[in-house]
Design a protein around this ligand. Structure first.
Ligand SMILES: [Zn+2]
Length: 455
């Protein structure tokens, strides 16, 4: 499924006060469907996969202490320490909570009184409530870091003139951002209005390039631990390195405490030590993040045009959309031209400047023309429809060097500084494009970074 499917929709003047009441009908129905139901003569069973929430909502639906309270970590049993008017979780090796320990209320102080709303169903109250990295990492840790650098204590704060130069660099990158991204980079002056996708873009793509020039070495190295840990966990191709990402994120958290102070080891920062376990259980970070739901929720909100009867308006428009929407199959082409370049041996039917398919958009213009082909970073110069399929005409970058060497060499993530292409034009079937890259200006060349996350 490309988009969430609406099953229930609620509205009211405030958030619900009772989780039991809010979830009552759902859990009762779930218990029935878990036992089995018949459809077209077949008996099927429904299994709940995951419950995806932000942190306050997760403790609300689990009936547990929240993240600002003692015993508020929903993955381990450490008691929490109150430092400088903040609840912190300084330890990384306390016993982990399990579905059984939760049901048996082994750590009584973690729970509010009374049974949790899912009581009686087979839902695993720890394993099936994964940590969501959209709230935890993008809106949590990355925003916290930027706030420390821009507005924090003087010993960590980036001077105002440097912050201005960082903003200018971010804005300069706007024309190099592929169409797959919902937003282009904005100035740090607009930080309070940045959305989760902008923090993600900063963490995984623009941040490593911008910060390398301007940030103190120690703080940059710490940021790179976070970057590389999350780049691995978000990338389906790198799932074999999940355990290594765990080591990187643990190092990030302990260095973070040493650099910025133990009072900064709040719930969001601490939870990074549990994130690799979630990936081990549920697949890459995007398989259980709030991103698709948050973006669908925005789409639903835009369906409300008048203040009266918002639910009725949404339901009516959703059913209209279901009838009119037709799925797109295969690739679509735009910007037909006749100017090449071409390579010998192609039986050309048509040439295009743009091709969109399920995986990505390929263009011959800046921002959408960098791809990995084989093992090389390449720039696309033409898209050619031939009698035996669609080809791209490209040049390889002949000069490339490492972008970073800590915590490992950037080539392991296929990240390189690129400057000069070879003179030789080559061609390959478009189906052989391995990965789209974003290439961001850096000194005299570019840093090419593969698109890690799924769109
Ligand atoms: Zn914990």
């Amino acid at each position: 499924m490309k988009e969430p499917v609406v099953i229930g929709l609620f509205c009211g003047p405030k958030k619900p006060s009772s989780a039991k009441e809010f979830l009552g009908d759902f859990v009762a129905e779930l218990q029935q469907l878990e036992k089995g139901f018949e459809i077209e003569g077949k008996t099927l069973k429904l299994e709940l996969d995951t419950v995806i929430c932000d942190t306050p909502a997760r403790s609300f639906v689990k009936n547990t202490k929240n993240h600002n309270g003692y015993h508020g970590c929903d993955k381990c049993s450490q008691p929490g320490k109150y430092i400088n008017r903040r609840m912190t979780y300084p330890y990384t090796d306390y016993p982990l909570r399990t579905d059984d320990s939760f049901e048996n209320m082994v750590d009584e102080s973690h729970h509010h009184e009374g049974p949790h709303p899912f009581h009686g169903s087979s839902v695993g109250m720890v394993s099936q409530f994964p940590l969501d990295y959209m709230h935890l990492v993008c809106l949590g840790v990355v925003r916290r870091l930027l706030n420390i650098w821009l507005r924090g204590p003087l010993n960590f704060r980036v001077p105002a003139n440097i912050a201005e130069r960082m903003s200018a660099k971010l804005v300069e990158m706007r024309s190099y951002i592929p169409v797959e991204f919902a937003r282009k980079p904005r100035s740090l002056r607009e930080l309070d209005r940045w959305k989760a996708t902008e923090f993600r873009q900063f963490l995984l793509y623009t941040g490593p390039v911008v910060l390398g020039t301007f940030l103190d070495r120690n703080m940059y190295s710490n940021f790179m631990l976070l970057f590389s840990g999350i780049a691995i966990l978000v990338s389906p191709r790198l799932s074999c390195h999940t355990q290594y990402a765990h080591t990187l994120l643990r190092s990030f958290v302990s260095h973070f405490g040493e650099i910025y102070g133990k009072d900064q080891l709040v719930y969001n920062v601490h939870s990074l030590v549990h994130l690799a376990d979630e990936v081990q259980r549920h697949g890459c970070l995007d398989a259980f993040s709030a991103f698709p739901y948050e973006s669908y929720l925005n789409k639903l909100k835009r369906l409300v045009r008048k203040p009266d009867f918002p639910l009725a308006q949404i339901i009516r428009r959703l059913s209209e959309m279901r009838i009119t929407e037709t799925p797109l199959n295969g690739a679509s082409f735009k910007k037909q031209h006749f100017v090449g370049p071409l390579v010998d041996g192609l039986s050309v039917k048509a040439q295009y400047g743009e091709m969109a398919c399920d995986k990505w958009t390929v263009k011959v213009s800046t921002g959408d023309n960098m791809f990995v082909i084989g093992n090389e970073i390449c720039i696309i110069h033409n898209i050619v429809e031939c009698s035996d399929g669609v080809y791209v005409v490209y040049k390889e970058f002949s000069e490339k060097s490492l972008f970073f060497t800590y915590p490992f060499n950037s080539e392991y993530l296929n990240i390189h500084i690129i400057s000069q292409t070879s003179d030789i034009l080559k061609c390959v079937k478009a189906s052989e494009l391995v990965q789209k890259c974003v290439a961001l200006p850096h000194r005299d060349g570019f840093v090419a970074i593969p698109l890690f996350h799924t769109f």
